[in-house]
Write a protein that binds this ligand. Sequence first.
Ligand code: UT7
Length: 318
Amino acid sequence: MTAGLTTPAYSRIIGLGEYRPARTLTNDDLCQTLDTSDAWIRQRTGIARRQLAALDESVISMASAASTKALADAGVDSARVGQVVLASCTMPQQIPGGAARVAESIGAIHAGAYDLNAACAGFGYALAAASDAVRVGSAEYVVVAASERLSDWIDWTDRSSAILFADGAGAVVVGPSATPGIGPLVSGSDGSASRLIELTEAGHLRLDGPAVFRWATTALGDIARRACDAAGVAPNQLAAFVPHQANLRIITAIARQLGATEAVIADDIVDAGNTSSASIPLALARLRREGKVAAGDRALTLAFGAGLTWAGTVVTVP
Ligand code: UT7
């Protein structure tokens, strides 16, 4: 335990930050080089446009920008951050990881740092690890950044995947709380389905979209309900449902199965595409920025992706 810390009863998210690259790629832009159409992409995925990083916008720089905003939102001095966790599956190199450089960049001079890769589910696992670290007193504040530059890993001639993915970063600050603010994590994995989303030897993302679609719309409603049960929150008490932004049809199917009748359903995918682990913090930050959720509201996050891996938890909006 860090000297001088008292162990808090609970943890919560106390700040949100988002970083969206400036360059926009519309569906019509994609039609210049791919045999596809704006109507097909909107109807099958919900996506209208997405953001792509410029050359100088890296996983680390985007994570740092989002984290700095989250710290400002939380009103926490970076010197008090005890850990920085970087969730990403698109770092250009394995060694070194990026978290220590994010910590350096944001001025978290006393922070431990580590990378976490659970693909699109990474934010869920990183948030749970941060929450546990705060609750047991390993750190007073933890910055969780989820940052992806998927555009580096896309085969731009493959219309089945090039239309989906994009770049961006979202971050949260987790800190101590007198009341529960981050519910237990309901998580699971299925390695027998690991080939459904993978990198080819050429370094391109390849997915069996229809198989992932079937799995997501069959299995995840139950996981979502279990995450609510674990937090002691009924689905109709949720103010928001913030799942990984993989496909708007997947999102609405799970929302229907869950019965979150009062919840606003996050649809950041329309403007942002699929930003993998970054999609949940980006979607949550947007809902709050647009006034669709407010401090104290409860939101179900539900992350899922390659592995297969999944992780759901109910959080209180800061
Ligand atoms: O974050 C986790 C990773 N994300 C995922 O794994 C995504 C999950 N899956 C999906 O979102 C959907 O499966 C996709 C959006 C990828 C595909 O939608 P779908 O409704 O499952 O379409 P499909 O792959 O079954 O293709 C239907 C038809 C096919 O033509 P035929 O065989 O019916 O003649 C495809 O060749 O649509 C064709 N198609 C396209 N047409 C126009 C596939 N991609 C495109 C395209 N534009 N971009």
